[in-house]
Design a protein around this ligand. Structure first.
Ligand SMILES: Cc1cc2nc3c(=O)[nH]c(=O)nc-3n(C[C@H](O)[C@H](O)[C@H](O)COP(=O)(O)O)c2cc1C
Length: 190
């Protein structure tokens, strides 16, 4: 059975939720998936046993998590040896127009340049505005930034902009094209 490593960086937890869903979808397709919060990654973790990689992080002040950056820099050669998918979650990516998409892609390119890693595929993914997880300062700052862009300023609730159907097709297509034949699990073949 092919085993996929899903390595992520997260600050408020939304990218972790994204990765947990991806792991469920991969399991349904018959792959084995292992989740790794890069904050907990050991320095000399062996990646040679994995058949593919999904790497995900989110933008804060236009940067991805430093733990993710370090993990990818450290393992760039191993990551490049197998098919890989990079997902960058952000509020910028929730803007569907060319300008926002180009801005989100620029942050991906910067990450790849800094880490010296070229993923097989990379996509900006609309993230979330999780007011309930921000302290008062972060909440005030986010409300201010979001208001300037005409976004959702009611901080009594959270907003998730991730298009789960679109994300699922990105993951399934990546698996089908780059990870070989989709393997059906025992329950699916009965
Ligand atoms: C303090 C802060 C700074 C952020 N900075 C950016 C940014 O520079 N660009 C952007 O597109 N989104 C930005 N975001 C939005 C996050 O990328 C988005 O909420 C993402 O879904 C968070 O994922 P996480 O919970 O996995 O960290 C910011 C969010 C916070 C709370």
């Amino acid at each position: 059975m092919s085993t996929i490593l899903i390595a992520y960086g997260t600050t408020e937890g939304h990218t972790r939720s994204i990765c947990e869903r991806i792991a469920e979808w991969l399991h349904e397709l018959g792959y084995s998936a292992e989740l790794l919060d890069t904050q907990d990654a050991e320095e000399n973790m062996a990646l040679a046993g994995f058949d593919g990689f999904i790497v995900a992080g989110s933008l804060h002040q236009t940067q991805h998590q430093i733990a993710l950056e370090r993990f990818v820099s450290r393992n760039a050669a191993d990551l490049a040896a197998r098919p890989s998918l990079f997902l960058s979650s952000s509020l910028t990516a929730s803007g569907k127009d060319d300008e926002h998409q180009a801005e989100a892609r620029k942050c991906i390119e910067e990450f790849c340049k800094v880490t010296k890693w070229q993923p097989t595929e990379a996509f900006p993914i609309a993230g979330a505005l999780l007011y309930s997880r921000y302290d008062w300062l972060k909440k005030a700052m986010m409300r201010f930034i979001v208001a300037r862009n005409g976004g959702d300023t009611d901080d009594s609730r959270d907003y998730v902009y991730t298009d789960w159907d679109e994300l699922r097709s990105i993951v399934e297509r990546f698996a089908q094209v780059h990870l070989g034949t989709v393997q059906l699990s025992a329950s699916q073949t009965q």
